[in-house]
Design a protein around this ligand. Structure first.
Ligand code: COI
Length: 355
């Protein structure tokens, strides 16, 4: 099925950033995608437009009740000039799972994939080629109905913007130091923790600020009920190599089902590494460290890729993991995953979609 997406090309080009200092998410490409929803028409008017500010009614529900969700995925340029997307269909499935949780109408995944495809092609000269860089794609949906009653909006916008990016963390691929949060919680089962919705990130900012004041890059969240089981880090899922197994928190309803998380589980399985998805308490982790069994730790995410974790600080107890150096599995995962994503290695899992 072909989808008619109207295209208005930009008449002037936005300045391109210096890729060597690119960082994460601070500059945007020439175009964006936008589509509207009205309760009586459904989703309509898909269009690619020059990147520009949008007009919003001050009463739009998203400003007052936070009815919004987002996704994140990346496009890569291969050495021989091809353009690859990494598992975009999974992002669109998760987008609709988040929509469902936030009472937002489903987006047609085929149309959304076509929108991604056309937008990336229109702005393909923005895909950086340098090692460690990519074009980050941010699809998002938000409630636009101007009405202060608390009820699902009857109007929405679905938009996609794109940003050439380097590393998410200033540390690059060097290990990050993480603060284990014991005062605030991110989510509870039954809440919206597994949805990629803005409020989860806003709710984490206070703890994030506290952690950065103490020199930590990120916060590791514990479960909201017992305050003892490990959940996830602010922008990534986490894995720990304990003895000869790799352990990652099970998807319990309050953890985001990361696509990189799933890819890493599949990749480790294909190497014969046993991965346990289960409850893992912070005490167990600290005990494993005392017994010399905590070999390495790393986070996974679209933005974070594979980020080795070199230090955890929990209630004034500090552990240095793997002598603060990047572990063997983290390095191998980073190389193989980014190798597949950049089209430098074979893709036995069928993950990449060539445009
Ligand atoms: C991603 O990894 O794509 C995310 O959405 C995390 C975000 C907080 C940067």
């Amino acid at each position: 099925m072909t989808h008619r997406i109207s295209v208005e090309l930009a008449t002037t080009k936005r300045p391109k950033p210096d890729v060597s200092k690119i960082g994460f998410g601070s500059c945007f490409t020439d175009h964006m995608f936008m589509m509207d929803y009205d309760a009586d028409k459904g989703w309509h008017s898909p269009q690619i437009l020059p990147y520009q500010p949008i007009m919003m009614d001050p009463a739009a529900k998203v400003f007052h009740y936070g009815q919004t969700i987002f996704e994140g995925l990346k496009a890569y340029r291969t050495a021989d000039g091809r353009i690859l997307l990494f598992r975009p269909q999974q992002n669109l499935k998760r987008l609709n799972r988040s929509n469902e949780r936030m009472s937002i109408p489903d987006v047609d995944e085929e149309l959304a994939l076509e929108a991604l495809r056309q937008l990336v092609l229109v702005d393909q000269d923005w895909i950086p080629r340098e090692e460690g860089t990519s074009l980050y794609i941010r699809p998002y949906v938000f409630a636009t109905e101007p009405l202060l009653g608390v009820a699902p909006s009857r109007q929405y916008k679905f938009m996609i913007i794109m940003s050439p990016v380097g590393s998410y963390y200033a540390e690059g691929i060097h290990p990050v130091r993480i603060h284990v949060e014991s005062e605030y919680v991110r989510a509870v089962a039954g809440g919206v923790g597994q949805a990629k919705t803005a409020g989860n990130y806003a709710a984490g900012l206070k703890a994030q600020e506290k952690a950065s004041e103490q020199g930590y890059s990120q916060v590791l969240w514990l479960d909201g009920v017992h305050r003892k089981y490990i959940e996830e880090v602010g922008s990534m899922n986490v894995f720990f190599r304990i003895g000869d197994k790799v352990v990652t928190p099970e998807l319990n309803g309050s953890i985001l089902a990361g696509i990189t998380r799933d890819s890493v589980i599949q990749m480790l399985g294909s190497w014969g590494v046993e991965v346990e998805q289960r409850r893992l308490s912070i005490e167990e982790l600290f005990e494993a460290q005392e017994q010399g069994r905590l070999v390495e730790a790393f986070g996974t995410g679209t933005a974070a890729v594979i980020s080795p974790v070199g230090e955890l600080n929990w209630e004034n107890r500090k552990i240095i993991i793997g002598e603060g150096r990047t572990g063997e599995l983290s390095a191998r995962l980073y190389n193989e995953l980014t190798g597949i994503q950049r089209g430098e290695l074979a893709d036995p899992f069928g993950w990449v979609l060539e445009l």
